[in-house]
Design a protein around this ligand. Structure first.
Ligand SMILES: [Mg+2]
Length: 390
């Protein structure tokens, strides 16, 4: 097959919507939390990039913000070779420099799906295989006041359930509002409940109002031997200065990076002493290409790269990275039934709580490309809009 056959001829996005049961929102309407009998409406996106050869790349993911940018650059992609990912990535990096560049990720991931199908290999193999099973941590919904994860004891009980399922690690997202003493008590309750061997992490997701609250919780994390404290307070995970100060005051490693974008800012944040890890996401940081660049940047700094959030693209990346520890499986919680982020749309892939094996590992898809099968019947029934972008 010649590269000419792989010129891009059409780009389409399908938007879909579905209802998730037993969920609601917490104090400000943003964090999804357990709410018995409640529902939340979720939206999703499927990007399709067709080539002249008939080989089509598909990616399930991305955000509404990102697809505004995909629409902006879609005409540029027409007639380009789908195998020129690096050129496309760099062109789009400049073209979208006045945005957060969320549009690059879905495009790049769909192009990797095409490459895998061209070479009849899973993306992980093209990236360079390192592992075929990935240890996962259970990553919880935020704390609630509705009978779900509504107390230190409830978090501790759920962590024990996860440990007994085989998870080697557990990460709590705390409460969006409320006394910091409850957050501290939960850190202590978790370690008391699971014993010394399970890795524990805390992600307040930028909810704490003050640096002192972050310090109070960080000192509890020290006592409880937590593996990391992530994005603790309302600088929004941005301030290298503040987190370097926090790192001087506590022993627990600090995880930033979910809220800075691209190679240069991630590296700057690490060199400035703001974080102990590099944290990429393919939807946020320019797709699989962007994630692998960040993994190798971390490798060059001697640091580990911990990828944010689940999904098939992230499993392929982790399978090809040495300097990484865990796959983030979530969000999960007791009593929250029904499909997780991407589940209903695939016939052969899940990020639900029971996606792990007895050792707490998730598999890496083995089919060509991203190696997952879209449930087209389900998608047809839930599509709200199909837009040909170019
Ligand atoms: Mg986070």
């Amino acid at each position: 097959m010649t590269s000419r056959d792989l010129r891009i001829r059409r780009i389409t996005v399908r938007n879909y919507r579905y209802t998730h049961p037993n969920l609601g929102y917490d104090y400000n309407g943003f964090n999804e939390v357990f709410q018995r009998g409640g529902t939340v409406q979720r939206t999703g996106h499927v990007l399709t990039i067709e080539t002249e050869s008939g080989i089509t790349g598909e990616y399930v993911g991305g955000s509404a913000v990102g697809y505004v940018q995909v629409a902006m650059v879609a005409p540029y992609l027409i007639s380009r070779s789908a195998l020129e990912r690096e050129r496309i990535w760099n062109d789009l990096k400049r073209a979208l420099r006045k945005t957060d560049r969320f549009g690059i990720g879905p495009i790049d991931n769909a192009l990797w799906d095409i490459a895998g199908k061209v070479y009849d290999a899973p993306v992980a193999e093209l990236l360079g295989g390192y592992r075929t099973r990935i240890p996962a941590y259970a990553s919880t919904y935020h704390g609630d006041d509705n009978g779900g994860l509504d107390s230190p004891e409830a978090f501790a009980d759920f962590a024990v359930v996860c440990r007994e399922m085989g998870f080697p690690a557990f990460k709590m997202h705390g409460w969006g509002a409320g006394p910091i003493s409850r957050e501290v008590a939960t850190v202590r309750a978790l370690r008391d409940a699971v014993g010394p061997d399970m890795d524990l992490m805390l992600d307040p997701a930028c909810e704490y109002n003050t640096f002192v609250d972050a310090l109070r919780v960080g000192r509890a994390c020290d006592e409880a031997n937590f593996l990391w404290l992530e994005d603790p307070f309302k600088d929004g995970g941005q301030s290298a200065f503040a987190h370097r100060k926090l790192r001087e005051l506590i022993r627990t490693p600090i995880m930033l990076g979910e809220h800075v974008r691209g190679m240069e800012l991630h590296v700057d944040q690490a060199i400035a002493g703001g974080t102990d890890f590099i944290r990429p996401d393919s939807d946020y940081d320019g797709g699989i290409t962007g994630v692998m660049k960040l993994a190798h940047a971390a490798e060059g700094l001697g640091l580990d790269c911990e990828i944010h959030a689940p999904g098939p693209a992230h499993r392929h990346c982790i399978a090809a990275i040495r300097n990484t520890n865990y796959y983030e499986l979530g969000l999960v919680g007791p009593g929250i039934d029904g499909p997780s982020l991407h589940c209903p749309i695939f016939t052969d892939y899940s990020d639900d709580l029971d996606a792990i094996d007895a050792e707490g590992c998730v598999p890496v898809p083995t089919g060509a490309g991203l190696g997952v099968t879209i449930n087209w019947d389900w998608l047809d029934a839930n599509t709200t809009e199909t837009v040909v972008l170019a």
